[in-house]
Design a protein around this ligand. Structure first.
Ligand SMILES: NC(=O)C1=CN([C@@H]2O[C@H](COP(=O)(O)OP(=O)(O)OC[C@H]3O[C@@H](n4cnc5c(N)ncnc54)[C@H](O)[C@@H]3O)[C@@H](O)[C@H]2O)C=CC1
Ligand SMILES: O=C(O)CCC(=O)C(=O)O
Length: 524
């Protein structure tokens, strides 16, 4: 049974897949109202009203997924979530069109003074010349942040006869050409545009991206819009430059402080505002609610999500391809961790054969999480595996190789420890499952599952029999047993599996036998 806290106003129709699941209880309360039950919550759904801080995350020990019904994730401490192994998902394109349309409506309102004229007429005035506006036709629109929303605004602007300038450090010139926009530096865009609109996320790089210094480079009489996030355009600087008459006016949907109770911009007639309404349409709210509900459901079913902020995106088709290898790599990591009782410096993973036909980074993360899970008592999964390795100074390597040693697919991991190296290789055999096929150069073939005992010993007659006798004398049933060696009379290995974990007594008895070099209990 999973308990999901829906902390903000998310359209109920979109949540139907969650409501219909017998495995799920939906709790529709704010975080404050749910204070007494935060420790029971498995999943948290928010819009922008709830700030998901590290403290809130820590108050929810069972939390495994945070879903943002919208795009911006600046209200979520993603770093704190990642550290805890909590997946963060959003709804990246459900509100794109609504936000682009809202920005466009704001732009038209701004240059034609529609809100001011509206208020004036409602006040029984009839001042026509006071509200003389400017055409959009043949004006230059500067778009800062040419992503999904920026792109939709560009299309609409072109239909209105505008020339579109763009600044986006991640936009290629080919893409800019295809969109028929002129890619410029920020300074050039600022100096050429008649109207400037920002559509970046709010990050450390974009906070104050438009500030007192570079806004002075704008043409006199420029109009500015912020329908992305409060703070991308410095509010103080804008206020000052409007008072100076350098900037003609601005349209803001978003503010540093929301609601903007202490914002001086609201005192200015030439500033028009809306209360963060970009995504507030029936369509967008249904889209984002449906997207996050589906993601949460998929996640709780143990399948990879598509719109994660802190995990690589995996489509359903890709998941089908990758799924067989999940268990294999997890158990490879866990086996290595239990056979290496020392600090480690490096884990490198090599993929060959069919295992190279997709993005393997998620598998490497799974292998690393399998490794650290057995060593740490904090939740470790694909979300925080890399961070955990990095914090412990472990270097991670990933490569592909053409030689798959005769297997259809082949995954090899080498773990370098402080004193020695451990090598493990595995494959997935259709209709048969995951198999470990080599450990430290010994060929072997076993199913990495359950309670295992790995024994390295001298290849001499009677060793296997003596191990078997001790176990038989104590009524311990051996479920499976595989052996491997490099050469007759040298070192050999055996891997046994049991229905129950092997007791300390049994372990000691076998370990004390002659010819045993070393052995490890492995729980998978
Ligand atoms: N007012 C509202 O209700 C809404 C506001 N938003 C805001 O709009 C933002 C953009 O949304 P999308 O277009 O869907 O995101 P997106 O990820 O598709 O586009 C963001 C673009 O910003 C660019 N960018 C990143 N850093 C930059 C920088 N330093 N300078 C210039 N460009 C930079 C990226 O390369 C990307 O192309 C969201 O992050 C969110 O904060 C989104 C939806 C609704
Ligand atoms: O939830 C909302 O209405 C805000 C939407 C938004 O700002 C976003 O999706 O980034």
């Amino acid at each position: 049974m999973y308990r999901i806290l829906v902390a903000d106003a998310i359209k109920p129709e979109g949540l139907t897949p969650l409501m219909d699941s017998p495995e799920i209880t939906l709790i529709q309360k704010t975080v404050d109202e749910a204070a007494d039950e935060l420790d029971t919550i498995d999943a948290l759904l928010v819009r922008s009203a709830t700030t998901v801080t590290e403290d809130l995350i820590n108050a929810m020990p069972k939390l495994s997924i945070i879903a943002r019904a919208g795009v911006g994730i600046d209200n979520i401490d993603v770093e704190a979530a990642t550290k805890r192994g909590i997946v963060v998902v959003n709804a990246p394109d459900g509100n794109t069109i609504s936000t682009a349309e809202h920005t466009f409506a704001m732009m038209a309102s701004l240059v034609r003074h529609i809100p001011q004229a509206h208020s004036s007429v409602k006040n029984k005035e009839w001042k026509r010349s006071a509200f003389t506006g400017t055409e959009l036709n043949r004006k230059k629109l500067g778009i800062v942040g040419m992503g999904r929303i920026g792109g939709e605004i560009a299309k609409r602007a072109q239909v209105f006869g505008m020339e579109v300038l763009a600044f986006d450090p991640f936009l290629t010139s080919e893409r800019a050409k295809a969109m028929n926009v002129e890619l410029l530096t920020l300074d050039k865009l600022l100096s050429q545009a008649d109207i400037i609109t920002v559509h970046t996320p709010l990050t450390n790089e974009t906070r104050g991206l438009l500030n007192i210094d570079n806004l002075r480079k704008c043409k006199k009489g420029v109009y500015l819009l912020n329908c992305a996030r409060g703070g991308i355009i410095d509010e103080e600087a804008l206020y000052e430059l409007i008072l100076e008459g350098h900037i003609a006016g601005a349209a803001f949907d978003v503010f540093v402080e929301e609601p903007p109770l202490h914002n001086k911009l609201l005192e200015l007639d030439s500033v028009i505002v809306t209360p963060h309404l970009g995504a507030s349409t029936k369509e967008a709210q249904l889209n984002v609610a449906t997207q996050v509900a589906e993601e949460v459901l998929i996640f709780l079913e143990g399948k990879p999500v598509s719109n994660s902020i802190n995990l690589p995106a995996i489509s359903k088709e890709m998941f089908q391809k990758i799924q067989p290898y999940y268990q294999l790599v997890k158990s490879m990591g866990a086996t290595a961790a239990q056979c290496m009782k020392e600090g480690i410096q490096e884990i490198s993973v090599t993929y060959s054969g069919d295992a190279t036909s997709f993005d393997t980074s998620i598998l490497t993360k799974s292998l690393i999480s399998g490794f650290f899970k057995t060593r740490l008592d904090i939740p470790v999964n694909e979300v925080n595996a890399m961070l955990i390795a990095q914090e412990r100074g472990v270097t991670i390597g990933e490569k592909v190789a053409s030689d798959s040693s005769g297997y259809k697919n082949y995954i090899a991991a080498v773990i370098k420890g402080d004193n020695r190296q451990f090598e493990i290789k595995g494959t997935f055999v259709a209709n048969y499952g995951p198999r470990i096929v080599s450990i430290n150069g010994f060929n072997i073939d076993f199913n990495p599952e359950g309670n295992l005992l790995y024994i390295q010993h001298t290849d001499r007659p009677g060793v296997i029999g003596r191990v078997g006798k001790i176990l038989g004398d104590h009524e311990v049933n051996i479920a499976t047993m595989q052996v491997g060696r490099k050469e007759a009379g040298g070192e050999a290995i055996m891997v046994l599996s049991f229905d129950k974990p092997l007791s300390n007594e049994m372990y000691e008895k076998i370990n004390n036998l002659d010819d045993i070099t070393f052995m490890y209990r492995i729980a998978l």
